[in-house]
Design a protein around this ligand. Structure first.
Ligand code: TEU
Length: 514
C-alpha cells in the first residue's frame, strides 16, 4: 500500500466503456467494482477514473456540471464510496479526474455568470467585448474547431472556451476560483480519494492581454478539420503561460497533507516546458505526451524516451495509449505485428524510472475499433461535419468475456465494440492462456519491480533501443533485422526465446557484461 508514487503502475478506466453493471449499455461504477479484482491481479497500483460527474456529456463528461457529485447514471455517490472501499480493500489507490480549465455551460456558476454583467459569478469566466467589427476579441481557436469565443446576446460579450462553447473556460485570475477548487480537492480527499489527474493542466492561465496567437503558415481554410485548424497557430498566448505552474502550489500543499498525488495532463511536447509543472511546489508528475505519440521507428522512440528520462527524472508518466490518442497496437501497424510491437514498446516504458500508465485494453493488445464516423458524437468529429477526428475508435467498450456483449453489457453498448473482435481478444480467454498478452503484461509489471536506480542509455544507431538499469538490460528490437544479445538471466521477454531478439520483440535480462 505504500509503494512510492514514482514506482506505481497506473491504470486508466474510461468509465463509460469499462464495465456496465445495470445493463443500460453505458459503463458505470457497479460494473467497475466487479472488475477491480482483475486489475489488482494484473499488478495495478492506482486506478484512475475519467470524469463521472453530473454532465450533459457533450465531451464524454469532460463538461462538468457539478464537481461535488457523481452522475446517477454511473451510480451516484453511494456507488463511488463503495468503489473507494473496494479499491483500498484490494490494496490499490484511487485517482479521479479533475477538470479545472472549464466547466459545463450547465454548471450553476455559468448559468449565473451569463445572466447579467454584474452577476456574482460573472468573473468566474473570461468575458470580453466584441472586436470593433463585432467579431471575436482575438484569433484563438477551439481545440474542437471554430473560434474559441462565442457571443452571448443577453450581455453582448463573448465568452472564452478552448474546447466546446458548452465548456466555458474558468477565469484563474479570480481568487474565488482558486478557493472553490481548494474546497473541491479537500472534499474528494475527505471521501478517500488518493490523487487527481488534472485535465489540461497547462491551460488554466491565459495571456492577460489576450493577444492573437501567431500563425505558423497561411490562415487555415474555414473548412479545415478542427485539429488542422488548431495546429495552424502557435499556442503561445492561450496555453502554457509563465505563471500557470504556480496555480498548483496550494493544491500541492493540500495534496501533501493527505499523502495524495497530483498528475498533470500537460499536453506539451517539449520536455523543458513540461518540467516546469512538476516539483516540490507544483504537481508530483506529468503525463509525458511524446510517449503516446511515438511511431514504430527506433530513432523516434529513442528520442521520445531519452528526452523524457533526461528531463523527467522519474516525474514523467509513461503511457502507450489513452482515450484521446491512437492505441499503440494500431499506431504500430495493427494486427498481430502491431500487438507484438505494442507489448515490446510497453516493455521499454515499463523499465524506465517513473510511473507507468496503462489504458484499459492495453493488457489485451486491443486495437482501435472500426467505428462508423457518420454517427459519432465525439465533438471533434461533430465539428468536422463527421468526416474526421473522432476519438470513438479508441473508446470502444472493453472485451471481458467471449459472449454476446463481451461481458461489458447485457444491453446495447453505447458504442459498438468495433469490427473483427474475437474471443481471443477477451480478458477471460487471455487469462487462461499463459502466453497471452494479458499474462505477459502481468509478468512484465512484476519484472518491472526489479529495476531500480539510475538509467544509462546504450547508444546505438541501429534498430535496437536499449538501456541499462540496476544491473539489467531492457532492449526492444524496433528495426527489421534480428539481434543476438549477450545476456544472462532473462527476467521477462515479450515473445520468442533464447538470446535472439527478432523484430518487434523485447527483453529484460541481467547482462553478461555487468
Ligand atoms: O484533453 C485535452 C487535450 O489537450 C486534448 O483535447 C487533445 O488536444 C486532443 O485530444 C488531441 O489529441 C483533455 C481530455 O483528455 C479530453 O478527453 C477532453 O476532451 C479535453 O481535455 C477537454 O476537457
Amino acid at each position: 500500500m505504500t509503494r512510492p508514487w514514482d514506482e506505481c503502475v497506473l491504470y486508466e478506466v474510461y468509465v463509460r466503456s469499462f464495465a456496465d453493471g445495470d445493463g443500460d449499455g453505458v459503463g458505470d461504477l457497479l460494473g467497475l467494482r466487479e472488475r477491480l479484482p482483475v486489475l489488482a491481479e494484473l499488478g495495478v497500483d492506482v486506478v484512475w477514473l475519467t470524469p463521472f460527474y453530473p454532465s450533459p456529456r457533450l465531451d464524454g463528461g469532460y463538461d462538468v456540471a457539478d464537481y461535488l457529485d457523481v452522475d446517477e447514471r454511473y451510480g451516484g455517490l453511494a456507488a463511488f464510496d463503495a468503489v473507494v472501499a473496494d479499491t483500498h480493500g484490494l490494496g490499490m489507490r484511487l485517482m479521479i479526474d479533475l477538470v479545472p480549465n472549464h466547466t459545463s455551460s450547465r454548471h450553476p456558476w455559468f448559468r449565473s455568470a451569463r445572466s447579467r454583467r454584474d452577476a456574482p459569478h460573472r468573473d468566474y469566466y473570461v468575458w470580453r467585448d466584441p472586436a470593433p467589427d463585432g467579431g471575436p476579441p482575438n484569433n484563438w481557436r477551439s481545440h474542437f474547431g471554430g473560434p474559441a469565443w462565442t457571443h452571448d446576446p443577453v450581455t453582448d460579450q463573448y465568452w472564452l472556451h478552448l474546447f466546446l462553447p458548452e465548456q466555458p473556460d474558468l477565469n484563474w485570475t479570480d481568487r474565488r476560483v482558486h478557493d472553490e477548487f481548494d474546497a473541491i480537492l479537500r472534499w474528494w480527499l475527505g471521501r478517500g480519494v488518493d490523487g487527481f489527474r488534472v485535465d489540461v493542466a497547462h491551460g488554466l492561465l491565459k495571456d492577460p492581454e489576450l493577444r492573437d496567437n501567431p500563425l505558423r503558415g497561411p490562415v487555415p481554410d474555414p473548412l479545415a478539420p478542427p485539429r488542422t485548424a488548431w495546429g495552424s497557430y502557435e499556442h503561445v498566448h492561450d496555453l502554457d503561460q509563465p505563471d500557470t505552474p504556480s496555480v498548483y502550489r496550494r493544491w500541492r500543499a493540500i495534496a501533501d497533507d493527505h499523502d495524495a498525488f497530483l498528475l498533470g495532463e500537460v499536453y506539451l511536447l517539449e520536455a523543458e516546458r513540461v518540467v516546469r509543472y512538476v516539483g516540490e511546489e507544483a504537481l508530483h508528475a506529468a503525463l509525458w505526451i511524446p510517449s503516446v505519440k511515438a511511431t514504430w521507428d527506433a530513432g523516434a522512440i529513442r528520442a521520445a524516451l531519452q528526452a523524457g528520462t533526461a528531463a523527467g527524472e522519474g516525474r514523467f508518466v509513461w503511457f502507450t495509449s489513452s482515450h484521446d490518442d491512437q492505441r499503440a497496437a494500431s499506431r504500430f501497424g495493427g494486427g498481430a505485428v502491431g500487438r507484438q510491437r505494442a507489448l515490446a514498446y510497453l516493455t521499454l516504458l515499463a523499465g524506465l524510472p517513473g510511473p507507468l500508465l496503462l489504458y484499459q485494453g492495453d493488457e489485451i493488445g486491443l486495437e482501435d475499433g472500426e467505428i462508423d464516423l457518420s454517427r459519432s458524437d465525439d465533438p471533434i468529429a461533430v465539428r468536422s461535419g463527421r468526416v474526421t477526428g473522432s476519438r470513438d475508435p479508441v473508446r470502444t467498450p472493453m472485451l471481458w468475456e467471449p459472449t454476446d456483449g463481451f461481458g461489458f453489457t447485457t444491453g446495447e453498448p453505447w458504442l459498438p465494440f468495433g469490427a473483427d473482435r474475437t474471443p481471443d481478444d477477451t480478458v477471460e480467454v487471455q487469462r487462461a492462456d499463459p502466453s497471452s498478452i494479458w499474462n505477459r503484461t502481468r509478468d512484465l509489471l512484476e519484472a518491472r519491480r526489479r529495476l531500480t536506480g539510475g538509467i544509462r542509455w546504450i547508444e546505438r544507431g541501429d534498430g535496437l533501443v536499449a538501456y541499462e538499469r540496476g544491473g539489467m538490460v531492457v532492449a526492444a528490437n524496433c528495426g527489421g533485422t534480428t539481434f543476438d544479445l549477450d545476456v544472462d538471466d532473462v527476467v521477462f521477454r515479450s515473445g520468442g526465446h533464447g538470446s535472439i531478439l527478432a523484430p518487434g520483440e523485447a527483453i529484460i535480462a541481467t547482462t553478461a557484461s555487468t
